[in-house]
Design a protein around this ligand. Sequence first.
Ligand SMILES: O=C(O)C1=C[C@@H](OP(=O)(O)O)[C@@H](O)[C@H](O)C1
Ligand SMILES: C=C(OP(=O)(O)O)C(=O)O
Length: 449
Amino acid sequence: MSEAVPRPSTACASSGLSGRVTVPGDKSISHRALMFGALALGETRITGLLEAADVLATAAAMRGFGAKVERHSNGEWSVNGLGTGGFLEPETALDFGNAGTGVRLTMALAGAHPFATTFLGDASLSRRPMGRILDPLREMGAEVIARSGDRLPLTIKGAAPMAPIEYRVPVPSAQVKSAVLLAGLNIAGTTTVIEPVPTRDHTEKMLKGFGADIEVNMTASGEAVIRLEGLPELEAQPIEVPSDPSSAAFLIVAGLICPDSDLVVEGVLLNERRTGLLNVLQEMGADISIENERETGGERLGDVRARTSRLKGITVPAERAPSMIDEYPILAIAAACAEGKTIMHGLEELRVKESDRLAAVAAGLAANGVVCEEGEASLVVTGGKVPGGATVTTHLDHRIAMSFLVLGLVAEKPVTVDDANMIATSFPSFENILRKLGADLIDAEAVLS
Ligand SMILES: O=C(O)C1=C[C@@H](OP(=O)(O)O)[C@@H](O)[C@H](O)C1
Ligand SMILES: C=C(OP(=O)(O)O)C(=O)O
């Protein structure tokens, strides 16, 4: 995907966004549905799988280990799994493109098997730190050959047998927590993960659903202690993937900041470890309501209605970060349209996403005339009128591309993103859905013709 010819896209001032739309399936749940299906015995049927580049890379990787992964004509997917410990050595390197979650969780699955697996990624993924996954895997007994700084490309070879560990997650990261647990699936004994700051819990919930012996206890000080018994027999499960709140976030913010708008995003996952942005926006004065609340597969879902709102700047404390870690770029866009300053703390993890998101957001805002101040791990955005008129560098980062297209909808002059290709890693229908709601987006071909 990084090899593709850049595709600039431009957003112009828009008003009256309206309609009911559905966004694609949740990325975190989609990766895990394929992985756990590949580890389970029997056929796992998945409806609503996110068909975006990141998840398709995981599907290809699971095939590489020998699982049968198929897409059916009705849009459902099936995975015929191999059973815990049943993975085979892949014949070729596994290329994860831009997908951090895919590569990190799969490294852990492969790393507890006594064969060599090689992992590749695009320029963005090859810059991201992998030591956070490799350190616990080494502690369990795996061998690793990696580029300096524990970067991709790298090869992991598990030992036989490996040792279960107790691991205190050093950074708030659902990927690190999940990786330790997934390696622990193929190791006899109890693997324990201690999470000082609880993060999204899809791995724990879904593994339980597949029949793993996993227990989560919250301590009085708010830490999560997760215990997993190794070598479980996982059983295939039907999975219905709810709509991704991290994708819905772009449309919700567009509805709030564009004049005369009233839109609904249907069936959005409302897991409380993912709803940080909705809470923050409501504190900023957003007119957001949840309609038709329901439960599917142990998760709360609802239709999220967003109407044009006068937003006010607030301080977002660091504790919120895990529940909205992927939503800061779009929160910064909402902040640019709010009255006063929005102060965001605890943003250190943004520096190691698909891009250095803190720097990319600050540069994009400043280029478009929005006053902002980038700290080590903080961002202060002063809201008001948005002059716009600049081209934003997206650094192979889908969320930077989508965020700045939303900014263009309220800017005085159009905002261009240098490359909209990466949007396809998580939300391929983003621009079409935005147009359907009434947004004025012009793509490069239209500008050239
Ligand atoms: O576990 C997951 O599915 C994810 C965890 C988060 O990453 P970190 O664990 O690095 O915070 C998030 O940014 C990513 O988009 C998805
Ligand atoms: C950080 C993200 O994804 P990943 O880590 O899976 O690349 C994201 O989608 O914002």
